[in-house]
Design a protein around this ligand. Structure first.
Ligand code: HEC
Length: 122
């Protein structure tokens, strides 16, 4: 894990455990993103965003996310199926839609995914 990722992770975990009081908005947002990722994404995409063999694509350094950063929210909300190419490998399984996340949680999760998995410069 890159040092910066590790720092973000530790930071988010600390924030998640210290509750709501006096937490600046952007930090609370990262903490929520971390929490949402653990609950809704980690099972499939892995704790490190590494994906699973040729079945589930990685989020870590995903060129798909770099190419289509604006599609992430829609993919999470509506799911994704059909063949896609991620880092030169073809995947073709269905990702289920998620209607449980609120709009706020969704946007915080998207930010978190972009920052955590290195697809956006910090
Ligand atoms: C049940 C397993 C499963 C869960 C849960 C899941 N995904 Fe996926 N995800 C997939 C699969 C499978 C694909 C590839 C779909 C295809 O082949 O078209 C995918 C594709 C993606 C992609 C586009 C490809 C890439 O790797 O860049 C993104 C981004 C993504 N998922 C993010 C998420 C996020 C964020 C969550 C949490 C809300 C999540 N996924 C939850 C299985 C899952």
């Amino acid at each position: 894990m890159k040092k910066s990722n590790l720092l973000i992770l530790m930071f988010a975990m600390t924030l998640a455990s210290c509750g709501e009081q006096q937490m600046p908005d952007n930090m609370r947002s990262l903490a929520t993103g971390y929490e949402m990722y653990s609950v809704h994404c980690e099972n499939c995409h892995g704790a490190e965003g590494e994906g699973l063999a040729r079945l589930i694509p990685p989020l870590k350094n995903s060129d798909f996310i770099k190419k289509y950063p604006d599609s992430i929210a829609g993919i999470i909300r509506h799911g994704q199926k059909g063949e896609i190419l991620v880092n030169g490998i073809k995947y073709n399984l269905a990702m289920p839609s998620n209607s449980v996340l609120t709009d706020d949680e969704l946007s915080q999760l998207v930010n978190y995914v972009k920052i955590r998995f290195g697809s956006v410069k910090q």
